[in-house]
Design a protein around this ligand. Structure first.
Ligand code: IVH
Length: 718
């Protein structure tokens, strides 16, 4: 090292320590001692010096928070100890039952518990080795998660290095959240850019952590609250209550309030007190978690099939507030259904501002006797779209008249003016014009949404404008858009224009191009076939070679023919055998339905799919896909391949608590290898997988001589 380098190294270390200190004061302790400008100046000095001496950049430098390149996909990493979830309840009685249960299991013992906020975020595990952040992962399926280290490093309140006294190994667990203010700001920006909005802070946090490019994550206002440990070495604590000061000492963010309690009364008091203050926290909370404080007692209480016996999560009821209903407007959905929407005097509910709420349909308005001008109670629970619960009749203004839906819309679609019809089955009015711009817009939006083709840049506003400007007349037109057309797209008004811009346009076109090669299931979901949700789309994709194959599906036709034959009193044996051979049906288990089969997809959905592709809309989609050269990839699992899976045809029954696997996990593992899980033991059962405290199924298996496996034997078998 030259003298210059030595000096630079020293200064760099000073600067880094200084910046780390201010990060801590700002994020951890909320007591900044310098202005944002001064902070930025320090930061710039560090960047400049590191640019001058690139060899002296260390991975834990504050500048390296956004060091990584975008990933192709997240690496899957196993958890050192399974990440379990908790039992949730909304009832105080169940909290009392929880207390009684632990008392019964550990009689004559004092069992102090800790009550802490249940943070409504995304569960993560952070691993520090010798004080350095080594790995961060999502919960995933509890055993294996996504490696999101790059993304977590961008969160300024997560230290890259722990303070003095760090143990050899410390895995900490908690929730990543997006702070409320940051969430609203982000959504405001997205709205301006015409991007789809996040439903709530938790979705926004989850969506951010899923980004493959850490540079994007770095711009999101994320934070973390840590509430427990996983694998550790060199950590000497016996009580949960010791964890909070320990984490704090090491510079890790934890919950700001927690309570110790022993009696049921004390527990409920703490839960109520938390409810009174939780809306002041930066993060959203949806409940309180009650945990046994002593690790020794926890160990003796153990686990049930899916969660620890030593903890319970109590969820607060959704928040309700009163506000004025200023107007009722009618929205036209993707299938032409007219939905009344309440326009509200904006109010804050559960931490975000609400200005609209769905009123579902005409009958709902009548049933709740909702009138324009009424004061209404609205409710919002975590994910749920805000809804009008009831009217405060005592506050009804004089002269408020019952809302007359038909009169309001004059028998015409409020958007395109086409005739409407009341759909008796759906209690809804429907615009019959397939080319109604509102329907087209919603279809385009749905087509591009997450879970469908996932074209992030095309949200409500962009879809609106594309249809309004005539650039898109149906969803598949998106594939013919050019960068230049999109770049010029005005998302604002004539008077206040705001163009989409070259950069956004290029990004959007890239996403659209990527959507060309998405799997068949996504495509089937995206084209919005009535009655076809994600699960059905996946099932269809597993049994067909492509979209044309679904459109003219022999299997679906067989399903319809089979049911028709049965309705006419025939056996349909030949068709049934064909369907079973294809793996698309199983013989019914019910004795009463002897010789009947159960098909993967029922006759109603089968008819809906075939009808859709026989209709003008469906035919047009097939033709356009061909013209565009788009051939969604099949996800077929051949009947042959399915039969070759190691557990093909084997039936399992689960009983009792497995030491390190939940029932769902065991079931998933069995099904992935071709086996089935059923609820009761019979002579036909191949194996019973038994854990601790098994039920009567265990005895029955013994009686019938069915082989019984424990988890270790089961794992070996896998
Ligand atoms: S303890 C083995 N503490 O809520 C139990 N979880 O609904 C480990 N959560 O799966 C979890 N705040 O993802 C714990 N203070 C808290 C929590 C918390 C939020 C999450 C966690 C859990 C879920 C249960």
């Amino acid at each position: 090292m030259t003298v210059d380098e030595k000096q630079a190294a020293k200064r760099l270390e000073q600067l880094r320590d200084e910046i780390r200190k201010h990060d801590r004061l700002y994020y951890d302790e909320a007591t900044p001692t310098i202005s944002d400008r001064e902070y930025d100046r320090l930061y710039k000095q560090l960047v400049d010096l590191e640019t001058q001496f690139p060899d002296l950049v260390t991975p834990d430098s504050p500048t390296q928070r956004v060091g990584g390149k975008p990933l192709q996909a997240f690496e899957q990493v196993p958890h050192l100890i399974s990440m379990l979830s908790l039992d949730n309840t909304y009832s105080e009685q169940e909290v009392k039952n929880f207390h009684a249960r632990i008392q019964r299991l550990l009689p004559n013992e004092k069992i102090p518990v800790v009550i802490e906020p249940k943070v409504d975020g995304v569960a993560v595990s952070l691993i520090y080795e010798n004080g350095k952040l080594r790995q961060a992962a999502t919960r995933g399926d509890g055993n294996v998660g996504d490696n999101i280290t790059q993304n977590i490093r961008t969160i300024r309140s997560v230290p890259q290095r722990l303070r003095d006294g760090a143990p050899k190994l410390l895995e900490v667990r908690g929730e990543v959240y997006m702070d409320r203010k940051g969430f609203e700001k982000l959504n405001d920006e997205r709205k301006k850019q015409g991007l789809p909005l996040f439903a709530n802070p938790r979705n926004a946090a989850a969506g951010s952590l899923k980004q493959l490019d850490p540079a994007i994550v770095a711009k999101r206002p994320l934070g973390v609250v840590l509430y427990g440990t996983g694998a550790t070495e060199g950590v000497d604590v016996d009580l949960h209550s010791e964890i909070f000061p320990l984490l704090k000492k090491l510079g890790l963010p934890t919950t700001e309030r927690w309570w110790l309690a022993e009696s049921v009364e004390e527990i409920l008091d703490a839960i109520h007190e938390l409810d009174g203050i939780r809306h002041n926290f930066a993060y959203q909370t949806d409940g309180a978690v009650v945990k046994v404080n002593s690790f020794a007692q926890r160990e003796r209480l153990g686990f049930t099939a899916k969660s620890p016996r030593w903890a319970i999560a109590y969820k607060y009821a959704a928040e309700r507030v009163e506000t004025r209903l200023n107007d009722i407007i009618i929205q036209v959905g993707r299938t032409g259904i007219l939905t009344p929407v309440a326009v509200l005097e904006p109010v804050v509910v559960s931490g975000s501002t609400v200005g609209r709420a769905t009123l579902h349909n005409e009958d709902e308005i009548k049933r709740k006797n909702i009138r324009i001008g009424d004061t209404v109670v609205i409710e919002k629970a975590g994910e749920v779209i805000p809804a009008v619960v009831e009217v405060v009749k005592s506050k009804r203004p004089r002269g408020a008249e019952p809302f007359d839906f038909s009169k309001h819309i004059h028998g015409k679609c409020p958007v395109c003016g086409a005739p409407i019809r009341r759909d008796p089955e759906f209690v809804a009015w429907r615009c019959e014009n397939l080319h109604c711009p509102a329907q087209t817009t919603r279809r385009v939006e749905f087509f591009a949404a997450r879970g469908a083709l996932d074209i992030e840049s095309v949200g409500e506003i962009v879809a609106d404008k594309l249809v309004e400007r005539g650039l898109v007349r149906e969803p598949l037109d998106l594939f013919e858009l050019k960068v230049e057309q999109l770049a010029k797209l005005n998302l604002g008004t004539e008077e206040a224009p705001r163009v989409f811009g070259e950069k956004n346009a290029t990004k959007a076109i890239k996403a659209i191009e990527r959507a060309r090669t998405l799997p068949l299931s996504r495509c089937l979901f995206a084209v919005a076939i009535p009655d076809v949700g994600k699960t059905t789309a996946t099932q269809l994709a597993r049994f067909h070679d492509g979209i044309e194959d679904v459109a003219h599906s022999r299997l679906l036709r067989d399903v319809l023919d089979y049911h028709e034959k049965r309705d006419q009193g025939e056996s349909g044996k030949e068709i049934a055998e064909r369907l079973i051979k294809a793996g698309f049906a199983k013989p019914s288990k019910s004795k009463a339905e002897k010789k009947r089969i159960v098909t993967e997809i029922g006759p109603v959905v089968a008819k809906s799919v075939l009808d859709f592709f026989a209709s003008a809309t469906g035919k047009n989609i097939l033709r356009r896909l061909k013209e565009l050269g788009i051939e969604p990839k099949s996800e077929r699992v051949s009947a042959k391949k399915a039969a070759e899976l190691p557990l093909a045809g084997k039936t399992f029954v689960l009983t009792g608590t497995l030491p390190s696997m939940t029932r769902e996990e065991a079931t998933e593992k069995i099904e992935a290898l071709g086996g089935h899980v059923t609820g009761s033991v019979s002579k036909k059962t191949d194996y019973v997988l038994a854990g601790a405290e098994p039920g009567s199924k265990f005895d029955k298996a013994k009686q019938l001589g069915v082989p019984i496996l424990d988890e270790a034997e089961f794992r070996k078998m896998l």
